[in-house]
Design a protein around this ligand. Structure first.
Ligand code: AMP
Ligand code: MG
Length: 417
């Protein structure tokens, strides 16, 4: 009898679900408590360690939202004499006599006596007067003081990632220094007797180390300082040496050597110098992901050796762990629901993430297609992919036209704005 793909079950009763693994990881992780005050010009990507309150209203004065004329609404039933000018940074006179108006530019202070700004397109300009075409309502085109934020308002909470919007907000309130959690120090190394650095010459049976550049790039962030510990041989002594060299790190990440092969020693070493709290998760790729504490204080991630497995486990486990340690605990964005173009194969037993391409068709509808071969050594398909399709534990695949759950890679990146 021919074995059908749906007959092959990939389940391992000892494996944790992703949720269970993340719970265990979070309950073990030490959180960074120390903070430092730094200039806002170097704070991009850092995590706030205190609340920031506004000490001024923004805008701080009544400002015009248009280029035009500041007027008294009650006077707007004919022509008005233009008396003076208010430019951004050069406020004009404060008084506005009856039946006069003031030329005003966007961002300039509105005279106290004016109660509207008429857009210049809505007046008939004369020699030194204007005729109002449409009578404005009170408050038109005036930005009231505090309409963005009021004096004393909370601007930024604890554990907030400082992105472009946050840095602009702080600057707009005159704030040039901010208190942030100290950087998280992460030591990264690869394991494998077969590994060489790119740029060197390979002997038969050797391969280039792709995981260190991969992980360093995925985790690259201003809130992190990275220690590169190179490549370790597959020996317990060599692995111990790396861990000793990483004594200053808050987190240690290795790749390879976590499976059940004869050269897989990472778990054994971690057991000896600390504690393994997660091994085997019902996820594909990434089942042998290993997590624990080294020397009772350092978070240790032993990622699988295949590059795609290392990439996917670092997105779903390492990045959330880093955010948690730094006090920023925002959950992953939920997946999109997108129509599938082709057929996906899968064995039941593990939740699976397949590399895929999300794009818009000619009718402006989003659709998703597979990158093809899903073996976890295939880096070219990681390069072609821009998203991951999530298939349920018990799923046996999906067909053209099915709606599937999709995580665009941008879901894992730090906020752009
Ligand atoms: P391991 O988990 O150590 O058995 O490795 C699984 C597979 O991933 C093997 O084919 C390794 O050669 C490969 N691999 C391990 N580490 C790396 C690395 N840093 N770069 C590229 N491939 C790797
Ligand atoms: Mg290995």
């Amino acid at each position: 009898m021919k074995l059908q793909s749906r007959d092959i079950c990939d389940a391992d009763p000892t494996a944790l679900t992703i949720g269970q693994a993340l719970e265990r990881i979070k309950s073990t992780l030490p959180r960074v408590r120390d903070s430092e005050t730094i200039g806002c010009d170097e704070a991009l990507g850092r995590i706030s360690s205190c609340e920031v309150y506004s000490s001024m209203s923004v805008p701080s004065f009544r400002a015009s939202a248009m280029d035009g004329y500041a007027v008294r609404v009650a006077d707007c039933d004919g022509s008005l004499k233009v008396a003076g000018k208010s430019m951004a940074g050069h406020p004009g006179i404060d008084r506005l006599e009856k039946r006069t108006c003031q030329r005003i530019m966007t961002g300039a202070r509105v005279p106290d006596d004016a109660d509207a700004v008429i857009q210049q397109e809505n007046v008939e300009p004369g020699e030194d007067s204007i005729t109002v075409r449409v009578r404005p309502v009170v408050g038109l085109n005036i930005r009231e003081p505090g309409s963005d934020s009021r004096d004393g308002a909370l601007l930024i909470g604890f554990g907030c990632r400082l992105g472009p919007a946050e840095l602009a907000l702080l600057a707009a309130h005159g704030i040039d220094r901010v208190s942030v959690y100290r950087r998280l120090t992460i030591a990264v190394f690869s394991t494998g007797d077969e590994l060489r650095n790119a740029g060197s010459r390979l002997e038969t049976g050797q391969i280039y180390d792709a995981n260190r550049p991969l992980l360093q790039a995925i985790l690259d962030n201003n809130a992190i300082s990275m220690i590169d510990l190179g490549i370790s041989k597959d020996s317990t002594i060599e692995l111990r040496k790396r861990l000793d060299a990483a004594h200053d790190a808050d987190m240690i990440i290795s790749s390879g050597g976590v499976s059940v092969g004869d050269a897989d020693h990472v778990r054994q070493v971690l057991e000896r110098i600390g504690k393994v709290s997660v091994w085997k998760i019902a996820v594909k790729p990434g089942r042998p992901l290993t997590f624990g504490l080294s020397h009772s204080r350092q978070a240790y991630f032993g990622l699988p050796g295949n590059p795609v497995s290392a990439a996917i486990t670092s997105l779903f486990f390492v990045k959330p762990a880093i955010r948690y340690m730094l006090g920023s605990d925002s959950p992953l964005f939920p997946p999109l629901q997108v129509r599938l173009v082709d057929t996906l194969n899968k064995h039941p037993g593990r939740i699976e993430y397949q590399r895929a391409i999300l794009q818009c068709n000619q009718d402006a509808q989003w659709q998703v297609s597979t990158t093809g071969l899903q073996d976890s050594h295939v880096l070219t398909s990681l390069h072609r992919a821009n998203c991951l399709i999530e298939l349920d534990t018990n799923s046996t695949g999906a067909n053209p036209g099915d709606i599937v759950r999709v995580y665009p890679f941008t879901h894992f990146s730090d906020p752009l704005i």
